[in-house]
Structures are given as structure tokens and as C-alpha cells.
Design a protein around this ligand. Structure first.
Ligand code: HEM
Ligand SMILES: *[C@@H]1O[C@H](CO)[C@@H](O)[C@H](O)[C@H]1NC(C)=O
Ligand SMILES: *[C@@H]1O[C@H](CO)[C@@H](O)[C@H](O)[C@H]1NC(C)=O
Ligand SMILES: *[C@@H]1O[C@H](CO)[C@@H](O)[C@H](O)[C@H]1NC(C)=O
Ligand SMILES: *[C@@H]1O[C@H](CO)[C@@H](O)[C@H](O)[C@H]1NC(C)=O
Ligand SMILES: *[C@@H]1O[C@H](CO)[C@@H](O)[C@H](O)[C@H]1NC(C)=O
Ligand SMILES: *[C@@H]1O[C@H](CO)[C@@H](O)[C@H](O)[C@H]1NC(C)=O
Length: 384
């Protein structure tokens, strides 16, 4: 297991789905996965179907530039704004690099993560379309970075939770650094107790900073902690990949691009991003575009210091068993293949018409960054 290739996605447990469309009036950015043919017939006529455009290309200028600038001031989260489990996307929304309400198209997200944080084009496309395929609305081309409902009018009462990236088991998963497991209730809000542990590990292993050594020890600790407290803890592909990748992200994206040697994150800056969705005053983005391969290198180091194979508890604590069917870091393409063939196919067993067309187009875009590395999964080709 020398080479971990990166990626980010979610396990094969499916999200919870509505049984009645009328209970969920706003579908403009909510996933259509799991709706019956009849429900789809009811919902689709109310949607504005977007023409899907190919994902944006890479940045032309990849240098470190001021990104907490006067065009992108931090503002407090408005009462109807969505914020979710990802401190990166939350921060981009709170600085106006993404729409401040937290609802965006995949293209907007790719542009924002590249311009705001210098995420590499392959990584940005792969992660964004993975998230969109499971948690976004493929017809309106909109994804919510959180789960609160946007109130659109005084009545009827809007649903309290509208999925988005908060939806557990698909993109959101267990053993996050600063968010609790779904089993314990809130799976997407900043948790002070967990952040304090991140600080403790940074003090103990990083000389007061979150560095790669602290990241590796903390990743191991969060996994051990879930094994010993969460009876339904699950760490299979694709969450297995995202858990390790997200341990690297603070080092590549939250460190000022002018002062990145040694690569370490101070605690005040970390708290700004994780808790307040806020860049430091005068923050410059990274001076390098971080690709799938770069992040994979960091994941290797973290994994090798405490190797854990993908698996889950069996319904009781301390019962972690390796799942031999899950992709692990030796088989990146299996992660991609299963994501399409099992996860996406499971969410959309028999898509038709406009939805089928949108699915195929989004799967094509999702595949572009790994063309040449993995064979394309010929899913949905038999459905007309
Ligand atoms: C490109 C589109 C992106 C998508 C769709 C996305 C999505 C997500 C999701 C769903 C999670 C929650 C996973 C979990 O812990 O259960 C997450 C976590 C995380 N994301 Fe993102 N993300 C993106 C880009 C970024 C960027 C650009 C950054 C950094 C600037 C970032 C930093 C993080 C970090 C550090 C976590 C871990 C939080 C924790 O464990 O406490 N992400 N992301
Ligand atoms: C995540 O946490 C929220 C808030 O505690 C909860 O309502 C929701 O059901 C959880 N899981 C899902 C499926 O989003
Ligand atoms: C935060 O996480 C800790 C440790 O898992 C847990 O005991 C606590 O209940 C969580 N706090 C909130 C507010 O969810
Ligand atoms: C992290 O910091 C600690 C303490 O200064 C140091 O011993 C360790 O080598 C650092 N790790 C890396 C990868 O630089
Ligand atoms: C980015 O900055 C670091 C110093 O912080 C430097 O070592 C590195 O060469 C720079 N990379 C580029 C691509 O300019
Ligand atoms: C779960 O694992 C534990 C410990 O490995 C074992 O004792 C128990 O019988 C298992 N339970 C089930 C339901 O498989
Ligand atoms: C996809 O799943 C089907 C059965 O569900 C299987 O026959 C096929 O071999 C799988 N394709 C790949 C590429 O794994």
C-alpha cells in the first residue's frame, strides 16, 4: 500500500428520502434521488431545468493572491443561509466567493475553490461532481452546502432540513475532525469539544500547530474514538477516502500562501475557518494548485503512520471489522467504479427522460479528471 490516490466520496448507505413530495415543497436545490416515478412527475414541471455546461478549466494565474479582499469581505451567516459540514465551502460562502445563501451550481463551486483556495482543477471537478451526483439537484444544477431550508414565504411552513451536503452516509460521514458522528445527532455543526481535541493533538504532536504529524495522530484518534463509542460507525469507501483527504486539506488550503514553510496551521487561524467560516485578515491563498496527486501524497503519510483498512462496527462498540468489498487505497479505480455503479445507481435505479440525460452528463463531467487512469463505467447506457 504505497500509493494512495485521493478522492472524496461516500459509503453505500443511502440517504433518507421523503415519502411525500408535498411535505417538501422546495425542490429547487434538493436532490431528486429516491423519488418515485409519480413523485418525479409531480415535481419536475415545477423546476427550471438548466442547460448543463462543462466544468471550468484550471486557473491561469496560480500564484498566491489576496483572497480576503474588499470584494470578498466576511459577513455573518444570515438566518436563511445554508452552512454545512465543510469549513472550506462554508468559508467561501461567508466571504462571497460562493453565493452567500450557500446554494450553488457545480461550476460555481469549482470556480470558487480554485480562485479562493487554489484547489487543483482535477480535484475540484472530481469532488464537486461526486457531491452533486449524490446530494444535488441534477435538473436545476444546484447544490446546497448545508441543510437548513431557505424560507421562501410565510406559508406553508418550510421543511426544517433539506439535505444538501449534510445528508449523512453519502458525502457526509463519520470520524470527522470537528463534527460529531451522525449517530450522536448533529453531524454537521462545529463541535467545541472536538476542536479542543484537535488543539490538544496540535500541542502534543505539532509544537502548537496542526502539522502533518498532528494530522496523522488526530486522524487515528478520531477513528479509534468512533470505534469505541459509535456502534454503527462506518468507514468504507468513499468516506474512507474523504476522511483521510480532509485531514490534509487544512494544511494545503488554510495556510497562507506567503508563509507555507514549514507547512503548519496555527490554532487561531484553524478556529477561524472551522468555527467561524472566516479567513484571517489579509489572507493569501496557496501559491500552488493542489491536485489529486498532491493530496494523495499527504494521505499516504497520514495512513502509513497508523494504517486502518476500510470497515465498520457491527452494531456494538469496539467491533470494527474490515470490509473486503470496500475500495481501499490500493485500488483508486474501484472507488470510482463502485461510486458510480453502486452509490449513484442505487440512488437512481431507473432514471428516465430529462433526469437520465442530466445523470449521464454529470457522470461524464465527473469522469473527466480521471480519464486515462480508470476505465469509464458504462452505467445507464442500457436505459433509453
Ligand atoms: C470542492 C468541493 C468540496 C466539497 C463538495 C466538499 C465537501 C465536504 C463535505 C461533504 C465534508 C464533510 C465530510 C465529513 O466530515 O463528514 C467536507 C469536510 C471538509 N472539507 Fe470540504 N468540500 C469541498 C472543498 C473543500 C475545500 C476547498 C476545503 C478547504 C479549503 C475543504 C475542507 C474541508 C475540511 C477541512 C473538512 C473536514 C472537516 C472536519 O473533519 O471537521 N473542502 N467537505
Ligand atoms: C444530521 O444532524 C441533524 C441535526 O442533528 C439531524 O436532524 C439529521 O437527521 C442528521 N442526519 C441526516 C440524515 O442529515
Ligand atoms: C461534541 O462532541 C462531544 C464528544 O463527542 C460530545 O460529547 C458532545 O455532546 C458534542 N456536543 C454537541 C453540542 O453536540
Ligand atoms: C510537526 O511538529 C513537531 C513538533 O515541532 C515536529 O516534531 C514534527 O516533525 C513536525 N512534523 C512535520 C511533518 O513537520
Ligand atoms: C510557494 O512558497 C513556498 C514558500 O512558502 C516556496 O518554497 C515554494 O517554492 C513556492 N511555490 C511556488 C510554486 O511558487
Ligand atoms: C459483533 O462483534 C462483536 C465483537 O467482535 C461480537 O462479539 C459480536 O458477536 C458481533 N455481533 C454481531 C451481531 O455480529
Ligand atoms: C456494475 O454492477 C453490475 C451488477 O449490478 C455488474 O454486473 C457489473 O459488472 C458492474 N460493473 C462494474 C464495472 O463493476
Amino acid at each position: 500500500m504505497t500509493r494512495l490516490f485521493l478522492t472524496l466520496l461516500l459509503p453505500f448507505a443511502l440517504s433518507s428520502h421523503p415519502t411525500s413530495v408535498s411535505a417538501f415543497p422546495s425542490y429547487s436545490y434538493r436532490s431528486l434521488a429516491g423519488l418515485s416515478t409519480q413523485e418525479l412527475q409531480e415535481v419536475i414541471p415545477s423546476l427550471t431545468i438548466s442547460e448543463l455546461k462543462p466544468p471550468p478549466g484550471p486557473l491561469k494565474d496560480t500564484s498566491a493572491i489576496l483572497v480576503n479582499d474588499e470584494l470578498h469581505p466576511w459577513k455573518p451567516t444570515g438566518k436563511d443561509d445554508m452552512r454545512g459540514p465543510c469549513p472550506g465551502l462554508n468559508t467561501l460562502a461567508s466571504h462571497g466567493w460562493l453565493p452567500r445563501n450557500g446554494i450553488a451550481s457545480p461550476s460555481q463551486i469549482i470556480t470558487a475553490v480554485q480562485e479562493g483556495f487554489n484547489m487543483g482543477n482535477d480535484l475540484a471537478i472530481f469532488v464537486t461532481y461526486a457531491a452533486h451526483l449524490v446530494d444535488g439537484n441534477l435538473l436545476t444544477d444546484l447544490l446546497s452546502i448545508g441543510g437548513k431550508s431557505l424560507k421562501t414565504g410565510p406559508s406553508p411552513p418550510a421543511p426544517a432540513i433539506v439535505g444538501g451536503l449534510n445528508t449523512h452516509g453519502v458525502f457526509e460521514g463519520d470520524a470527522s475532525m470537528t463534527r460529531g458522528d451522525d449517530f450522536f445527532g448533529d453531524n454537521h455543526s462545529f463541535n467545541e469539544t472536538l476542536f479542543d481535541e484537535l488543539v490538544e493533538f496540535s500541542n502534543k504532536f505539532g509544537g502548537g500547530f496542526y502539522n502533518l504529524t498532528a494530522a496523522a495522530e488526530f486522524r487515528w484518534h478520531r477513528i479509534q474514538s468512533s470505534i469505541s463509542t459509535n456502534p454503527i460507525f462506518s468507514l468504507t469507501s468513499p468516506r474512507y477516502y474523504t476522511a483521510y483527504a480532509e485531514s490534509v486539506f487544512p494544511l494545503t488550503f488554510f495556510v497562507d500562501g506567503r508563509r507555507s514553510q514549514p507547512r503548519q496551521l496555527d490554532i487561531a487561524t484553524a478556529r477561524g475557518f472551522f468555527e467561524h467560516n472566516r479567513m484571517p485578515h489579509g489572507f493569501f491563498r496557496s501559491n500552488t494548485s493542489w491536485t489529486l496527486g498532491h493530496i494523495g501524497g499527504g494521505m499516504d503519510v497520514i495512513w502509513e503512520s497508523h494504517p486502518v483498512l476500510p470497515g465498520r462496527n457491527n452494531g456494538t462498540i469496539n467491533s470494527y471489522e474490515v470490509d473486503p468489498d470496500s475500495a481501499d487505497f490500493t485500488n483508486f479505480c474501484k472507488m470510482y467504479t463502485d461510486f458510480v455503479n453502486v452509490t449513484v445507481k442505487g440512488l437512481y435505479p431507473n432514471p428516465k427522460g430529462a433526469l437520465l440525460k442530466a445523470l449521464k452528463t454529470n457522470l461524464d463531467y465527473f469522469y473527466t479528471p480521471i480519464r486515462g487512469r480508470c476505465e469509464k463505467v458504462p452505467v445507464f447506457t442500457d436505459i433509453l
